[in-house]
Design a protein around this ligand. Structure first.
Ligand code: URA
Length: 240
């Protein structure tokens, strides 16, 4: 099982490394598939490689990566135990936002990575990953730090670590949000150990239909009460 997943993930990585499906391949030094165990219990998904990642071929190894590593360590997790990747696998020139067509072209790689790894918890780093993984769920400023249940998987939207570098006041928020992740992981693992309940959501809004792990998933259900309205100016930084 383990080597099957590792082999399958290696094949996906090989495809990513030679991918020419969108214009991002033209300016990359190399593609950045992802790092971490094929059976990681936690996966972290960022936006796209930056300059350092493009040079080294690994995700989150620049300044934002240092923040991510420290945040993980602050809750007793080792970075090496987490599978880390991005929505787009090649660096957008000048660190611009990835364009919709680029995210679309890259989409199947992230889908394959999630399907192979089957993480219990997915940390969603920033608004691009949020829009890609939980479309229609809401903005990052309303959902950060909360858990969203889909089938037997838990998603936790977080501010992007780079955002905390640009806006110091967000660092505390990010630390507080990360502090909740350990508990979320324990909860998700406990649920997975109970086969009879594996397909049921932890909680759902009263009006939600029973969860059935449908092919086309219903809108995500935040476990907490409805998110507060988006404050004005929330997207001043593109990484939020
Ligand atoms: N920012 C990202 O979104 N991903 C990286 O790999 C590095 C910085």
């Amino acid at each position: 099982m383990q080597s099957g997943a590792a082999d399958a993930l290696a094949v996906v990585h090989e495809h990513i490394l030679v991918c020419t499906d969108c214009p991002l391949h033209l300016k990359r030094t190399q593609a950045v598939p992802g790092t971490g165990p094929a059976r990681a219990r936690i996966m972290a998904v960022g936006e796209g490689p930056g300059e350092t990642e493009d040079r080294l071929g690994r995700p989150f190894v620049g300044a934002a990566g240092n923040v991510l590593t420290k945040l993980l360590e602050s809750i007793g997790l080792r970075r090496d135990d987490i599978y880390i990747t991005n929505v787009v696998k090649c660096r957008p020139p000048g660190n611009r936002d990835p364009e919709p067509a680029e995210m679309e072209a890259c989409s199947h790689f992230l889908d394959a990575q999630i399907e192979i790894i089957r993480p219990a918890v997915i940390l969603i780093l920033g608004r691009h990953a949020l829009a890609r993984l939980l479309p229609g769920a809401g903005g990052i400023s309303g959902l950060h730090g909360r858990r969203v249940v889909r089938g037997d998987r838990l998603y936790v939207p977080l501010y992007h670590p780079a955002a905390a570098l640009y806006q110091g006041s967000l660092m505390r928020t990010l630390e507080d949000d990360m502090g909740k992740v350990r508990g979320y992981l324990d909860e998700a693992e406990a649920r997975r150990r109970q086969p009879a309940q594996a397909a049921a959501p932890v909680e759902r809004a009263p009006a939600s239909p029973p969860a059935t792990l449908p092919v086309a998933p219903p809108p995500p259900t935040p476990v907490d009460p409805a998110p507060p309205p988006e404050p004005p100016g929330r997207d001043q930084l593109s990484l939020f």
